[in-house]
Write a protein that binds this ligand. Structure first.
Ligand SMILES: [Zn+2]
Ligand SMILES: [Zn+2]
Length: 416
């Protein structure tokens, strides 16, 4: 009972090379300076995954169809494997047929944006051969234009033009992420899924906390990193059950379970790019480097960020047309106060740089778009519906519904 007994100095220290949990088997894994044998490591990892589901308010999974986002990278590969075990144990322990009614695995083939070779078949083979109980859903990134009467080639070309005009690497990476979220949400809703399960690890979340703050996404940060997000999209809850697992832990899990030879190779804008090429790349380099020497870096950032609460001013009504996150009002005034927008010699040569349509875009998306060609066409004095049309004509996808739209233009409508 005494504090002294439970203190770390008095606990019997395992011999070097022995697992800290079972204290019998030789250790094969070192994580945060602690040694585990393979069995105890897998037991701890699986337990952490299940408790993430247990902690979420969605303890009742029956009656729900879930979509798992599967890029084929180390995190989502582990996620798929953990979901399989979770479904199985759930059915064994509770006597139910299965945990979720159905699991749809969604892979988005992003290669049209990079001229790479398709990843769709590789992802399909992994799911069909190893997880035949799951339903595979493949989606091409150019399908973001599926509502438009365009040929497959034209859709690809339109997508490439959109990325070509997007300006910096940071803006391109943000745009790619928004398009992928659009496609996942649209596919989940179309297929009747009420849960969308993402493979964000603790390391990924720590990187997001820092990079999103740097990009001016602090207002909606709790929605971007939370383990259990309701209300962001109609009838769809976002879950992040890997949020307590380090990228290293996930890599060891993949290795221990023999999953490394069935990863789908990733291509993205920053492959081969130097660490300073974008905010995401610079942050990743910083966090991963720091965590190597100070193993509590990631968990400290994640724990601290998880205490963030949504602003009381957030009403959920006004959403960004690009990222679908809530728009913080007054960002335009704030930006004008802190920004040097013109000098005597550039004032006449740079018309349009003051134009910030905060009616339809959040602060961070305004910043991304301010580097893109065509930006000055989005006139601030136009009505939100006109701005939205302009925005779409630039090739940007939006997830706005009729209700969202009505909310934007209600000040321009006469009462019945
Ligand atoms: Zn052990
Ligand atoms: Zn936005």
């Amino acid at each position: 009972m005494s504090d002294v007994d439970s203190g770390p100095l008095r606990a019997p220290k395992p011999k070097a090379g022995t697992c800290i949990k079972c204290k019998t088997r030789p250790s094969t894994v070192v994580l945060r300076h602690v040694q585990y044998c393979k069995d105890c490591f897998l037991f701890a990892t699986t337990g952490k995954f299940r408790s993430a589901f247990g902690k979420s308010a969605i303890s009742n999974t029956t009656g729900h169809k879930a979509m798992v986002a599967f890029s084929g990278g180390p995190s989502s590969r582990a996620l798929l494997h953990l979901m399989k075990g979770f479904q199985h144990v759930g059915s064994h322990q509770s006597g139910q047929k299965r945990l979720f009614d159905e699991l749809v695995i969604c892979h988005i083939d992003e290669t049209a944006a990079f001229n790479g070779s398709s990843t769709l078949d590789m992802a399909r083979v992994v799911v069909d051969t190893e997880y035949p109980d799951f339903t595979f859903h493949g989606q091409l990134i150019e399908d973001i234009y599926e509502d438009e009467a365009l040929s497959s080639i034209d859709k690809k070309e339109k997508l490439r033009q959109l990325f070509a005009q997007a300006g910096s690497l940071t803006a391109k990476e943000d745009l790619l992420w928004h398009i992928k979220m659009h496609l996942l949400v649209k596919a989940a809703q179309k297929l009747g899924c009420t849960r969308l399960i993402l493979g964000d690890s603790a390391t990924r979340i720590a990187i997001k906390v820092i990079s999103f703050t740097a990009k001016g996404r602090g207002y909606s940060l709790p929605l971007e990193i939370g383990g259990d997000i309701h209300g962001l999209y109609p009838n769809l809850v976002i879950l992040r059950p890997l949020k307590d697992m380090l990228a290293k832990e996930i890599a060891i899990y993949d290795h221990s379970q023999g999953l490394l030879n069935s990863l789908v190779p990733a291509t993205n804008f920053s492959t081969m790019a130097p660490p300073t090429a974008s905010i995401d790349r610079a942050t990743e380099e910083f966090i991963v480097g720091l965590d190597r020497d100070f193993p509590s870096t990631v968990s400290t950032i994640v724990r601290t960020a998880s205490k963030l609460k949504l602003a009381s001013s957030m009403n959920g009504q006004s959403r960004c047309a690009l990222c679908h996150m809530p728009i913080q009002s007054g960002s335009k005034d704030w930006k004008q106060r802190i920004t040097v927008q013109s000098t005597q010699c550039t004032r006449d040569s740079a018309p349009g740089t003051l134009t910030v349509p905060e009616n339809i875009l959040c602060y961070a998306c305004q910043t991304d778009l301010s580097e893109s060609e065509g930006w000055s066409r989005l006139a601030d004095d136009a009505s939100p519906s006109t701005q939205l049309e302009e925005f779409r004509s630039l090739g940007y996808p939006t997830l706005l519904t009729q209700d969202d739209m009505h909310q934007r233009i209600k000040d321009f409508l006469l009462d019945d």
